[in-house]
Design a protein around this ligand. Sequence first.
Ligand SMILES: *[C@@H]1O[C@H](CO)[C@@H](O)[C@H](O)[C@H]1NC(C)=O
Ligand SMILES: *[C@@H]1O[C@H](CO)[C@@H](O)[C@H](O)[C@H]1NC(C)=O
Ligand SMILES: *[C@@H]1O[C@H](CO)[C@@H](O)[C@H](O)[C@H]1NC(C)=O
Ligand SMILES: *[C@@H]1O[C@H](CO)[C@@H](O)[C@H](O)[C@H]1NC(C)=O
Ligand SMILES: *[C@@H]1O[C@H](CO)[C@@H](O)[C@H](O)[C@H]1NC(C)=O
Length: 479
Amino acid sequence: MVCAMSGAGSQLALFLCGCYVVALGVPAAGPCVAEHQEAEYYVAAVYEHQSVLSPDPLALTSRKQALELMNQNLDVYEQQVMTAAQKGVQIIVFPEDGIHGFNFTRTSIYPFLDFMPSPQLVRWNPCLEPHRFNDTEVLQRLSCMAIKGDMFLVANLATKQPCHSSDPACPNDGRYQFNTNVVFSNNGTLVDRYRKHNLYFEAAFDTPLQVDHITFDTPFAGKFGVFTCFDILFFDPAIRILRDSEVKHIVYPTAWMNQLPLLAAIEIQKAFAIAFGINVLAANIHHPFLGMTGSGIHTPLKSFWYHDMENPRGHLIISQVAKNPQGLIGTENATGKMDLSHSKFLKILSGEPYCEKDAQEVHCDEATTWNMNAPPTFHSEMMYDNFTLVPVWGKEGYLQVCSNGLCCYLLYKRPTLSKELYALGAFDGLHTVHGTYYIQVCALVKCGGLGFDTCGQEITEHILYLSFVSDLRDDPGNP
Ligand SMILES: *[C@@H]1O[C@H](CO)[C@@H](O)[C@H](O)[C@H]1NC(C)=O
Ligand SMILES: *[C@@H]1O[C@H](CO)[C@@H](O)[C@H](O)[C@H]1NC(C)=O
Ligand SMILES: *[C@@H]1O[C@H](CO)[C@@H](O)[C@H](O)[C@H]1NC(C)=O
Ligand SMILES: *[C@@H]1O[C@H](CO)[C@@H](O)[C@H](O)[C@H]1NC(C)=O
Ligand SMILES: *[C@@H]1O[C@H](CO)[C@@H](O)[C@H](O)[C@H]1NC(C)=O
């Protein structure tokens, strides 16, 4: 049994979308679940895959050659499914680009494309009905793996969908090409597919005309939502599918290049799970030489994650996951009592005085503490954007920093003071380097040195007093 207890020490919660950050020195009320509630869990796996890549993604190949390459990756997938099956895994997630690779052009990817019928229109089991559609070899293998492993299977592949010139959006070559996630049930049936909406420099693919809002049902844990990689930073579809409160889990294939300090795979995945109080099953590809690593099974209170820049090999993470994730937000009733620091934080935000009872008396903090000894704001560039920041000084306090329409708040406490400089930063504006998109960011960062101008640098060393103690490395013995 996995006891999800984020015990001694501090916990850092990064709420990207509520747009505030909380660093708490108080242990969270962990849902340490008793034996008789075992059925409240399911077993999930994510596989960080070192994909066999095409030596020259720009070269034109035949379907036969493309299948030879993709079958090498599918062979590894199959081994992982069989390993997972022995451990009772009920759902497995494979990464984006794990089968076909990346850096193709629209033309050079063509031999790698499977034909993809709409699961809304046809009910199809590719393993049992292999001849129903041509060019579906990858789908057939995935479907057969799901049967063999008796588990739900989520994978990403490149697909094509012919279109007619009467369709004004139909590309000149007569087909749409999509970056697609597929979901198979444990009997091999194609349950659904999600076509990536927020493409990241993917010349080979088209954006679907309408956003796919895909959720699927499972007999073991209810509803899952699905999206891909870069999508996680956008409202649509990532946040929109969570408006359905029955969606408590996300499957998330990704091919993510880490970039510090704001775009590290694990921090983004974990933040999403914490901010929305859901489970995130995230599978990344493993190419350390490109900065691609970082997968995990994240619950709001605990993560099993993998990040390895040295080991060249893939890695399977298996964990028990609560069917009903318990988070910090809106879970008063579920956990019996709201996390103390969190309720204090909400009180402060709403401007009410916060009162604490100890043995003798009641102490109240005034709402105005926000402005007491307010440290100076300053500007520093972080990933090419001009952030507004405030230093995080002292042993505890509340901070606020605003940029245009966005304000970020921090409630913090630390056991000891150290020489390091930390800062709370906000940015609300148009990001224009490596893609142009509007962003809102709240971030708590460790600065490179003691000068304000070092805030925003890429820092990799371990942080002592804000340690993520709720992060536990995957233990192969689990579950
Ligand atoms: C793919 O493209 C990226 C970004 O342009 C580049 O950094 C990388 O070296 C390329 N990788 C391969 C395997 O060709
Ligand atoms: C598959 O392709 C073959 C050869 O081009 C063709 O004869 C057959 O009709 C196709 N089958 C389907 C289901 O489209
Ligand atoms: C296969 O799985 C799907 C999705 O869970 C389910 O709806 C369907 O009834 C199953 N089919 C059979 C033959 O068990
Ligand atoms: C929590 O319980 C209170 C009082 O029993 C109730 O009014 C409220 O709707 C519940 N909240 C949720 C999210 O269930
Ligand atoms: C950053 O923004 C501030 C406030 O708008 C401005 O004063 C400062 O010049 C900007 N810094 C840079 C490097 O653009």
